[in-house]
Ligand binder design. Sequence first.
Ligand SMILES: Cc1ncc(COP(=O)(O)O)c(C=O)c1O
Length: 388
Amino acid sequence: MRDFEARRMKLAGGSPTVALNARGIRMKEEGIDVLSFAAGEPDFDTPEAVKDAAIEAIRRNDTHYTSAAGTMALRRRIVQKLREENGIEASEDGILVTPGAKLALYAAMTCFLQEGDACMVLTPAYPSYRSGILMAGADYVPVPLSFDNGFVVTREMLEAKVTKHAKMLIVCNPCNPTGHVLTEQELRDIADFVLAHDLLLIADEIYEKLIYDGRKHLSLGAIPEIRDRVITLNGLSKSAAMTGWRIGYSAASPELTKVMLKLQQNTVNCTASFTQTASIAALDCAADAERMRLSYLERRNLICDGLNAIPCIECPRAEGAFYAFFRIDCRGMSSEQLADYILEKAGILVVPGTAFGEGGEKCIRLSFAASRESLQEAVKRLTALFSE
Ligand SMILES: Cc1ncc(COP(=O)(O)O)c(C=O)c1O
C-alpha cells in the first residue's frame, strides 16, 4: 500500500503533552505508581450553576444546530465580557464560538497562513502552535526567549527573526509553559513590531484569569492601533474548569471573523448548543474563578518553595497559568533525559521543556493543578532523587 499520510501531517506530528498524558493514564491502569503532572487540566469540578444551566438547556430541547458563529446570546455576553474585563471593543459579528480554543487557533492558522508564509512564535510555547503552522503549510519561525531573563521579549528579539515572508505572530499571555505575564513595555514592543511589519497577531489569552502577585492581565486586542489585526483567543477550559465541554472563542474584526467562519461552516458546523447556553452561566462565575485562582496560588508556592530547596533546581514563581517551569542542572542531562530519569527513578510524569521548543533546554514543566498531597509527594521524591 502507498504511504497515504500528507507531508504536512508528517511534519506536524502529534501533541507531545497529550501523548505524555495518555502515557500516565496507561501506566496507572497497569497499576504502576505514577504521579502525573503532564496535563494542562484544572483539577476542579465545573461550577454547579454551569452544570444546571446545561441540564436545563437539554430538557428545553436546546439540542439542535445553532448559527455557525455561535448563538447570539452567547456572542453578546462575550462582547460584554471583552469590553468590561479586557478593554476590547468587539461586535457580535467579530465573535466565533468554537469547540475549544484549540479549534479557534487552528481556524486562524488555516485561514490566514499558506505555503510561502512564515509564522513567528515566542518560545517556549504551546506545542499546537508549531503543529498548526506546519499543518497550514507555512514555515514555523521560533523566537527563543531566555530562562535567565524571565522569558521577557523585546523588539530587538523580534526584529532579529523577522523575514519578508512573515505574516503572523503568535503570543500566549499568560504563557503556557513559562508562566510569564507580558508587561506594558512588552505589549508596546509587540504592537509596534506587528504594525511595522504589517502582521496578523494571535493573542492566546486562555490563562488570563490565572494571574498572581498583584499583576494585571493586559490584552493586546485593546491597543487601538493594532485592534484590527489582532485575533484574541480565549475559552472556558481553564477559567471555569470546563476542558471536556469543548468551548472556546475568537474575537477579531468582522472581516477576519468572516474568513474563519467559512472553516467552521465546512467542518464542525457549530459548537454543541447546550454547551453554549451553559457558557453564558460560566461567564458569570467570577467567584468560582477567583476561588480556583487562590487555590492555584497556594499550590504554586508549595511546589516552588519545595523545588527551590533542592540545590540543582531553579524554579521561578509562575506569574500566571498553572505550571512550574524549572531548570535542573544535573550531570549535563538534556530536558528529555531529565524527564525520562524523573519518570523512571521517581515515578513522576512531567513534560520536557524542549517539547515547547527552543528556550526550553534543561527545563521541565510540571502542572500544579494537582492535589496538595501529590505535589508534596513529588517534592519529597525529587528531593531524594536529586540529593543523591
Ligand atoms: C496556551 C493554550 N492555548 C489553547 C489551549 C486550548 O484550550 P481548549 O481547546 O481546551 O479551549 C490550551 C490548552 O491546554 C493552552 O494551554
